[in-house]
Design a protein around this ligand. Structure first.
Ligand code: URP
Ligand code: ZN
Ligand code: ZN
Length: 480
C-alpha cells in the first residue's frame, strides 16, 4: 500500500490540538510528530494552515433502506461516497428486521447490501419484536458478529414499532451482553392518534406532519425509555434528540447519575419547522422526517446540550427519498416517506455553526463529530483519534475554505438538499480513508467495495456499573 504524509498541519484530537505531521501507511497511522520525512513513493499533502482531524463518524444513517413502501435513493456506495466527500470516513447504519423476521437473516441481508460501501461501516441492529430466538440471536450478534448496540423504534405503529415488553426484554438482554440499547423516542400510539386527528381537521399536507408529532410525544418516549433503562441499570443512547423536552429528560437523568447519552442531527441544529409551511408540496415534503424540525429556539437548546456535555454525538439520519417517492403522501402527510439527507454536509454545517460561532472549539468539534461516537460504540481509538496505530481515516480541514451547499453539487443521489443555499466556511480539502486519499480538493475518488465492516466489541463487566442512587437522599423541595 502507498504511504501518505500530511505535512505542516495542526492535529486536532478531542483532548488537544498540536502542530504535527501525520504519516499513514498500510491503512494505519504510522507516526505523528514534527518534521517527519516522507518514505520513498509517499504522497505528500501540504496541510499548512489546515487542521488534521479524525474522519467523521456518522452514527446514524440509512443507506438502501426499505421503508414506508419504498427504498432510499442512496445505496451503500453512493451514500458512503457522499460521506467521504464531506470528511465522514465511517458510518453506523441500521439493520431493521421486519417484525417476525429472523434477526440474523436480516443482518446477513444488510451485510450483503453493504458490501459495496466505499468507506468503513458498522451496524446497529433493531429489535422490532421479541421471542426466545431473538434473545438467543442477540447473543450471536454480539459475540460473533461485533454488534454492540441495539435499536428500538418506539414509533412507526403497525410497522417496526416495539412495545414495552420488547423494550424491557431487549434492554435486559443488552445489559447481559454488554451492548448499548438505543431508542428512537416517539410515542407511536400518540403519533397514530394525532395523525388521524390532524387529518380529520382537514389538514392533509406536510404541515400536518409536525402537528402529529409534537415535542411531548418525543419527551414521553424519551422519559419512558430512560426510566426503563434506570430500573434495569443499563446505559441508554437516545438517537436524534430534537427538542428541549427530550434534551431536558436526558439532562435530568444525567444529573441523577444515570448513564444516558444523546445524539443530535445536523438538520435539527440549524433548521426549524417553518420548512413544513412552504407553499410548494415537494419542498415541504422533502423535509418530512421524524422527529420533525422544531419551532425556533429548540436548536439553540440542542447546541447548549452539546456544549454542556449533556448531548454527545452528532449524526444525520441520512435517509434520502426523491420527490417522486415523497409524492406517495400527496394527499396524506402520514404517507410521505420519512427521511432527509445530510451525510456529506454534516461536518461543514457543524463547523460553520459550531466552531465559527464560538459554540465549540475545534477539539469539541472532533468530540461531537467523531471521538464520542467511537467511544460510545467501543471502537476508540481505532476510530476517532489521530494517534499512532489508529486507522488512517482522516480529514484535512481548511478553515478558510468556503462552499455553498446545494443539490446541484452534492454527491448523494437524493434530489434535494435540506441545507440548500447555505454558505459554509470550513470544508474538507482532503479525506483519507484506510490510508488512501479518497477526496482531494473536489476530486472524489471513492472506490465501490473498498469499505470494511467494522466489528465493535461488547462492553466489559463495568458496563452496567451503577451507583446505588436509591440510597442517596434527595433534598425535599419544600420543608413543611
Ligand atoms: O424520518 C426518519 N428519521 N427516517 C428514518 C427512520 C428513522 O426514524 O430513523
Ligand atoms: Zn428514527
Ligand atoms: Zn434513523
Amino acid at each position: 500500500m502507498s504511504a501518505v504524509l500530511i505535512r505542516g498541519g495542526t492535529v486536532v484530537n478531542a483532548d488537544r490540538a498540536f502542530r504535527a505531521d501525520v504519516l499513514c501507511q498500510d491503512g494505519r497511522i504510522l507516526a505523528v510528530g514534527e518534521g517527519l520525512s516522507a518514505p520513498a513513493g509517499a504522497t505528500v499533502v501540504d496541510a499548512g494552515g489546515q487542521y488534521v482531524m479524525p474522519g467523521g463518524i456518522d452514527p446514524h444513517t440509512h443507506m438502501q433502506l426499505p421503508f414506508m413502501g419504498t427504498v432510499t435513493m442512496d445505496d451503500f456506495f453512493t451514500g458512503t461516497a457522499a460521506g467521504l466527500a464531506g470528511g465522514t470516513t465511517s458510518i453506523i447504519d441500521f439493520v431493521i428486521p421486519d417484525p417476525q423476521e429472523n434477526i440474523l437473516d436480516a443482518y446477513k441481508k444488510w451485510r450483503g447490501w453493504a458490501e459495496k460501501s466505499a468507506s468503513d461501516y458498522s451496524f446497529h441492529v433493531a429489535i422490532t419484536w421479541w421471542s426466545e430466538q431473538v434473545r438467543k440471536d442477540m447473543g450471536t450478534l454480539v459475540n460473533d458478529e461485533g454488534v454492540n448496540s441495539f435499536k428500538h423504534f418506539m414509533a412507526y405503529k403497525n410497522a417496526i414499532m416495539c412495545d414495552d415488553e420488547t423494550l424491557v426484554n431487549s434492554f435486559k438482554r443488552a445489559l447481559e451482553l454488554g451492548a448499548m440499547p438505543t431508542v428512537h423516542a416517539e410515542n407511536g400510539e400518540l403519533v397514530y392518534l394525532l395523525q388521524k386527528t390532524v387529518s380529520e381537521m382537514g389538514i392533509k399536507g406536510p404541515e400536518g406532519h409536525p402537528l402529529s408529532r409534537p415535542p411531548m410525544v418525543e419527551a414521553e418516549a424519551a422519559n419512558r425509555a430512560i426510566a426503563i433503562a434506570d430500573v434495569l441499570n443499563v446505559p441508554i443512547y437516545v438517537v436524534h434528540v430534537s427538542c428541549v423536552e427530550s434534551a431536558e429528560a436526558i439532562a435530568r437523568a444525567r444529573a441523577r447519575g444515570q448513564r444516558v447519552y444523546g445524539e443530535v442531527l445536523a438538520g435539527h441544529l440549524v433548521l426549524d419547522d417553518s420548512v413544513y409551511r412552504h407553499p410548494d408540496f415537494a419542498t415541504a415534503a422533502a423535509h418530512v422526517m421524524s422527529p420533525p424540525f422544531r419551532p425556533k429556539g429548540n436548536s439553540e437548546f440542542l447546541w447548549r446540550g452539546l456544549q454542556s456535555g449533556n448531548l454527545h454525538t452528532t449524526a444525520t439520519d441520512h435517509c434520502t427519498f426523491c420527490a417522486a417517492q415523497k409524492a406517495a403522501g400527496k394527499d396524506d402527510f402520514s404517507k410521505i416517506p420519512n427521511g432527509c439527507g445530510g451525510v456529506e454536509e454534516r461536518l461543514a454545517v457543524i463547523w460553520d455553526e459550531g466552531v465559527n460561532t464560538g459554540r465549540l472549539t475545534p477539539s469539541e468539534f472532533v468530540a461531537v463529530t467523531s471521538a464520542n461516537t467511537a467511544k460510545l460504540f467501543n471502537i476508540y481509538p481505532q476510530k476517532g483519534s489521530v494517534s499512532v496505530g489508529a486507522d488512517a481515516d482522516l480529514v484535512v480541514w481548511d478553515p478558510a475554505g468556503t462552499k455553498t451547499l446545494s443539490v446541484k453539487t452534492q454527491h448523494s443521489k437524493g434530489d434535494f438538499n435540506i441545507f440548500e443555499g447555505r454558505t459554509v466556511r470550513g470544508i474538507p480539502s482532503h479525506t483519507v480513508s484506510q490510508g488512501e486519499l479518497v477526496y482531494v480538493q473536489g476530486d472524489l475518488r471513492a472506490v465501490q467495495g473498498k469499505g470494511r465492516y467494522i466489528k465493535r466489541p461488547a462492553f466489559g463487566p463495568d458496563f452496567g456499573a451503577v451507583q446505588q442512587r436509591a440510597q442517596v437522599q434527595m433534598p425535599t423541595a419544600v420543608a413543611r
